[in-house]
Design a protein around this ligand. Structure first.
Ligand code: GLA
Length: 739
């Protein structure tokens, strides 16, 4: 017993690193899989538990593919000196990095906080950063003594554990209770002016008095363009609002910083953001037909295709060469029916309005393959998480029909959170109370010319803890068919519980073969989207199991770190993209996201968002919008309605871009296109402006005469010389070269 205690103290001494006002708790943790209420207790002997690194997920530390419960324990001395040195002495803050997915935190055996778990059920998905605050006089804290911090984690699937780069014990700071809310939309005025209203808010009892500094900087040269300081005071329920308007901005992103400095403590808090700038030209009133040049459907199944077209309304649609069985509604542009005979049908689509007529060649391929070009749509997850409901889906569908379907956006996909807690007495899956009429919802979506997607998992439960399709695959596929579903995202979660501990390649493939088989029995074209985070190098066999797309990574976040790590690492995957089968680097994080009821602006800067859309288009990725569709601001709309950018994603050759060049500051990615041209993404991955040169005789430009700026839709004069382009930090220049 004594020996164990000594070891414990030694571990504490070794691992405790104390800075002036904070205690770092990123080392010294021990870990066990499984679950027991005793593991919260101070007296529990954890010396036989394995050490674990809390900067990394547990899968890479000897627990491959592990989903379920895991406990982390740490012995730590909480020094009262951090309290003495702090300004507000009232609460202690414990930062635990990221928890994937849910957690309960115990200090010396007492529950001090928990997060996630729908309706108190820990088995749902709420992954994200955790920071817990407890009163400094809470008797659970043993000041200047050894404390046991125990964290019970439940991972619903995919990456799991407690990880990240911020594990700290500090005293809550006077600024911890202050938030600078910049989520209002920018307003766009004359003279390239931009305006916005921001708020300083607090939830604490403290009355804040101080100054708000506003500064607008040109990141190209560091020059301050505009600066202003205002008195600012605010308290709980009484925010401070600051409204600004700046004019004559160039077409690029400027940096805004808002700094509030509190008078008495001298402490300050800063938030920065980039100004948005719209590159996509406003659509002409003349008709234009967007969307892919090819479309695949299976013989005998219901056919639905909305001809995507812009131009002044009303638009009148017609088509020559439609195969037998299909009709086009001249007013809505919806082609429907069913074709029995396999074959390639060349069609000429025509759209006419009061200012002109436009035609487009379009091939309908009736055969076994669907999803010839990547899916364009919306998925509820990054916006609403498990709070998705019928109304949110209808609102999204309506917004897509009004604002986006003219550019080819079609799918409205419900992610996790729609399933009832129990199957019917005969084993059918049913929707929960948030979806009172699934068939009615699908009809509503189809009537808009759009398609409807749904989500499930091969395990007994989904990642959100809802019912999965385990042993009900045929039944579920039939239910989807009865509802009129067009797309199934099929996860992995909890399948680990019903397959081998260390699944072989065959084990990894099996649930997808099974569900594909079930879907094939249904008289509908159902796109099959695999979501098992890239395990077993799924790009090698995603097509073999019938996937139209397969996720190549874990879940994306709306940060540069996450988006760039995913996007710029799609190298081995690239050659496997082909018509009908695409790599899926996860859904888009532009616009207002939140994974739940609280929506906020994406944390990607405007330049990072241009990079995100450009890169995903070069990668021939399914583009699934993940934002609140009811609040598409002008910048986000510009990102999503550039027909020439979308045409790169939808190119009929269906090749994925390859990484042509990579150095410390920038990368060049090239995608071959059907017309013999190439799309080239020149990405500045550094924090500074870069001038990047493509050599006239280099691999990128050799043999091509014309260079087109795709976002601005205009040709660039390069006069036969090298092409030099200045690219913003984390930004992109997307060009298309033609012979
Ligand atoms: C997993 C997937 C996400 C989402 C959630 C739903 O984490 O990777 O995209 O579907 O499950 O619970």
């Amino acid at each position: 017993m004594k020996k164990i205690l000594m070891l414990t103290s030694l571990a504490v001494a070794l691992f405790l690193r104390v800075a002036a006002q904070e205690i770092s708790i990123d080392k010294g943790w021990r870990f066990s899989t499984g679950d027991s209420s005793q593991w919260a207790s101070t007296s529990y002997n954890d010396q036989n538990w394995k050490p674990i690194d809390v900067t990394r997920i547990w899968e890479v530390q000897g627990y491959p593919n592990y989903d379920g419960f895991g406990w982390y324990r740490l012995h730590v001395i909480i020094l009262s000196s951090i309290k003495e040195k702090s300004y507000l002495k009232d609460s202690l803050k414990i930062d635990l990095g990221i928890i994937d997915d849910n957690d309960e935190v115990y200090l010396n055996g007492k529950l001090i906080g928990k997060y996630g778990g729908k309706g108190g059920n820990i088995k749902s998905s709420n992954y994200g950063p955790r920071s817990y605050t407890i009163a400094a006089n809470n008797p659970s804290i043993l000041w200047d003594k050894e404390n046991v911090l125990a964290v019970r984690v439940f991972d619903t699937g995919g990456d799991g554990g407690m990880y990240g780069d911020k594990h700290l014990i500090t005293m809550a700071d006077v600024m911890d209770h202050v938030r600078i809310n910049t989520d209002a939309d920018f307003s766009y005025g004359d003279n390239n002016s931009l305006g916005k209203s921001i708020k300083l808010l607090t939830t604490g009892g403290y009355i804040y008095k101080g100054k708000l500094d506003f500064a607008l900087t040109d990141p190209e040269n560091g020059n301050i363009i505009y600066q202003k300081t205002n008195d600012a005071d605010f308290a709980a329920g009484r925010p401070f609002t600051y409204i600004f308007n700046v004019a004559r901005l160039d077409k690029k992103s400027y940096k805004i910083s808002y700094t509030f400095t509190e008078e008495k403590s001298g402490k300050s808090i800063t938030k920065t953001e980039g100004t948005p700038y719209v590159l996509t030209p406003y659509p002409s009133s003349k008709p234009k037909i967007n969307g892919p040049d090819v479309y695949g459907a299976r013989p005998g199944n219901p056919f639905l295709y909305l001809v995507p077209a812009t131009g002044r309304k009303p638009l009148i649609y017609s088509a020559a060469g439609l195969p037998d069985g299909l009709t086009l509604n001249a007013n809505t542009g919806i082609i429907s029916g069913s074709v029995t005979v396999k074959g390639d049908y060349p069609v000429v689509l025509t759209v006419h309005n009061s200012v002109g007529t436009k035609t487009k060649k379009f091939t309908i391929k009736i055969g076994d393959l669907i999803g010839l070009t990547p899916a364009l749509g919306w998925n509820s997850w990054n916006a609403w998480g498990l709070t998705v409901n019928d109304q949110k889906v209808r609102t999204s569908a309506k917004a897509m029909a009004v604002k986006l379907s003219a550019y080819g956006w079609i799918y409205i996909n419900i992610d996790d959170g729609w399933e009832a807690a129990q199957r019917s007495s005969t084993g059918e899956i049913t929707p929960n109370e948030k979806f009172p009429d699934m068939k009615g919802l699908t009809d509503y979506i189809h009537n808009l010319g759009l398609k409807m997607g749904i989500y499930s998992s091969p395990g007994p439960r989904t990642c959100g803890g809802y019912l999965g399709s385990w042993q009900h695959e045929d039944q579920d596929a039939k239910t989807y068919g009865d509802w009129g579903i067009d797309y199934l995202k099929y996860d992995w979660c909890s399948y680990s519980e019903v397959t081998a501990k260390n699944p072989s390649l065959d084990d990894l493939k099996k649930p997808y073969f099974v569900m594909r088989g079930s879907l094939n029995k249904i008289n509908r074209d159902i796109m099959f989207s695999l979501c098992q985070y890239g395990w077993g190098d799924v790009w090698n066999w995603g097509a073999e199991v019938g996937g139209n797309s397969w996720r190549t990574t874990g879940d994306i976040e709306d940060t540069w770190k996450s988006m760039s790590r995913i996007g710029f690492n799609q190298v081995a995957e690239g050659p496997h993209a082909q018509s009908g089968h695409f790599n899926d680097p996860d859904m888009l994080v532009v616009g207002k996201v939140g994974w739940g009821d609280n929506q906020r602006n994406s944390r990607l800067t405007p330049d990072e968002q241009y990079t995100h859309i450009s890169l995903w288009s070069l990668l021939s990725a399914p583009l699934l919008i993940g934002c609140d569709m009811a609040h598409l601001d002008r910048f986000t709309l510009g990102l999503l309605t550039n027909d020439e950018v979308l045409a790169i994603d939808q190119d009929a050759l269906a090749k994925e871009a390859h990484q042509q060049l990579k150095n410390e500051d920038y990368q060049v990615w090239i995608k071959d296109l059907e017309d013999g041209g190439k799309a080239i993404g020149i990405f500045n991955t550094s924090d500074k402006y870069q001038t990047i040169t493509l050599k006239r005789n280099g691999d990128e430009l050799k043999g091509y005469n014309k260079i087109r700026d795709v976002w601005q839709q205009k040709y660039i004069i390069a006069n036969g010389s090298d092409y030099n382009v200045k690219v913003a930090p984390h930004g992109v220049m997307l060009v298309r070269v033609e012979k």
